[in-house]
Write a protein that binds this ligand. Structure first.
Ligand SMILES: Nc1ncnc2c1ncn2[C@@H]1O[C@H](COP(=O)(O)OP(=O)(O)OP(=O)(O)O)[C@@H](O)[C@H]1O
Length: 194
């Protein structure tokens, strides 16, 4: 993995007529993790989408080196396809050769024949993490990564994050839930509320 970094300077976000936050800065280097906290509607998803380059900030700048992978509520897996085929569509583009192995890591290897649309909420979240593993990106942006997961799923995701950061990756997780992120910094979005 290349040495990665992620920083944001003086960020502001506006949705519709409302400025949600302003003056937000963060700086992460290889092996670091950040937990972004805040109540419903404060702007966590908006911030994650800005960091991912999917939403334009109102002010400020974001810089990164290394590849980005986002896990959110929309895993972009084709609901009409069997899980295996849906994963292979993206896996082919990502050049991933160990899709089966990543499915096993998330406990999804017995569900490969099931159409994606039939998966439960927690199974969809696990599939989203399989996709993230398949991508092999340096910087993980995780929006509510534990939503829908049972205790086993939570333990698996927390272990994956620890492994990712231990190997030089960066993880930013936005959640109102507590997450066991080793040595993580915390950013309370309310401190930047406009
Ligand atoms: N396209 C949009 N136009 C106008 N307002 C929007 C738009 N998208 C989101 N918002 C508003 O921006 C605010 C922040 O939404 P966001 O999803 O970022 O919050 P959040 O902290 O992730 O919330 P939650 O914890 O409930 O997931 C909300 O009040 C939401 O209604």
């Amino acid at each position: 993995m290349q040495a990665c970094s992620l920083s944001a300077t003086n960020l502001a976000c506006r949705r519709g007529d409302r400025v949600l936050f302003r003056g937000l800065g963060l700086e992460l280097k290889a092996s670091e993790a950040l937990h972004i906290t805040g109540n419903n509607g404060i702007g966590k998803t908006s911030l994650m989408r800005i960091l991912a380059g999917l939403l334009r900030q109102f002010d400020g700048s974001v810089e990164h080196s290394g590849t980005l992978g986002l896990v959110d509520e929309k895993p972009a897996l084709d609901p009409q396809l069997r899980l295996e085929s849906a994963l292979h569509f993206w896996g082919g583009l990502d050049g991933c050769t160990n899709i089966q192995q990543n499915c096993a890591v998330m406990g999804m290897d017995t569900l490969l024949d099931v159409p994606f649309r039939y998966l439960s909420t927690g199974q969809c979240k696990r599939a989203a993490f399989v996709r993230l593993l398949n991508q092999g990106t340096d910087i993980w942006l995780l929006d509510e990564p534990l939503n829908g997961l049972d205790a086993d799923g939570i333990a698996k995701v927390e272990a994956l994050i620890a492994l990712h950061c231990g190997g030089g990756g960066i993880c930013v997780a936005a959640s109102h839930q507590s997450i066991n992120l080793q040595n993580a910094k915390t950013l309370a979005l309310k401190d930047y509320a406009a």
